[in-house]
Design a protein around this ligand. Sequence first.
Ligand code: KG4
Ligand code: ZN
Length: 356
Amino acid sequence: MYIDIAKEKFNNLQNKDVVTILSIESSCDDTSVAVVRNGRELLSNVISSQIDIHTKFGGVVPEVASRNHLLAISNIVDKAMLEAGLTLSDIDAVAVTYGAGLVGSLMVGVNYAKSLAFALNVPLIKVNHIKAHISANYLAHNDLKPPYLALVVSGGHTALINVKSYNKFEVVGTTHDDAIGEAYDKVAKVLGLGYPGGPIVDKLAKEGQNNIQFVKPNYNKKEANFSYSGLKTAVINYIHKLSQNGETPNVNDVCASFQTQAVDEVVTKTINTAKRLRAKKIVMAGGVACNSHLRERMREVAQQNNIELYYPSPILCTDNAGMVGAEAYYLLMSGEGLSDIDLTPNSLMNLKYTNK
Ligand code: KG4
Ligand code: ZN
């Protein structure tokens, strides 16, 4: 039976000095395959973005995304192996994101990973996308070790997670409604700026002034949950009101005001939580961790409070398979994540599933 051999190999790998994992990420609109050594060293990390395809629709079209993953995945695996300078016989385990994400997109990566693990007769390791975002930091910072407070800011999540060890953690804050990246994308859409909105708003905000008060912040020091729907709606109402009066907004000022207020919430709640938990390190992850204002503000506030701050390079902030390989390695080292060949995607997975 496949699983019996996989179990034995999985256990043996925990004592092997060099573990090479081929990892796959296909949860949204990026098809990515990486080869990762010992959770820290990227031998390759190939990302095929579908942004050009989805831009004309103003956002990701799930059915189009899964079809394009299917078209791309074989070539991306070949490219990742070529760039790593290895052959498939060098691969010790296959890892894959199995949630959260778009079900059709996840299905492509999961089915490819199952087939590959079965054909190579190596263990299959299932990975939670949100945890993988955090683990991207292990590729970027060789010295980084838990414990730390992680802030995940992406298109689908805004969360504060108390990471106690590589695989032991507690979610201390999450989002009540829209995730921060989602708010960026919606604001960009209503301003007609295109998709994805985050990088465009970030760029235009640099040319504008924070002179429109969309929300009046009043954060309780113990509040670690986030809410972006009020801010997003205030921006949308402001733009609609102007257009009803035949006026046009100053786009740069709207971007600067929205960004300042969005970042203020995330920075204030993160630092308050870090102080409350006596965290010595803050680790940022996810697409929005690329944001220039967030990085700058968090650096200032962390420094004032004597807290070390970590975040990955932009390419490791966005969806990539390298982070999946890093997370898979630490799951393996704690004897977790082994999956049988009947693995199915879990599109709505949240952090509660991560230790299963
Ligand atoms: O982590 P990610 O690639 O995918 C998800 O797991 O959601 O994050 C994508 C999100 C999008 O909402 C995008 O607009 C946002 O990250 N983003 C940014 C920036 N770069 C990407 N948001 C603000 N500023 C940026 N520079
Ligand atoms: Zn992501």
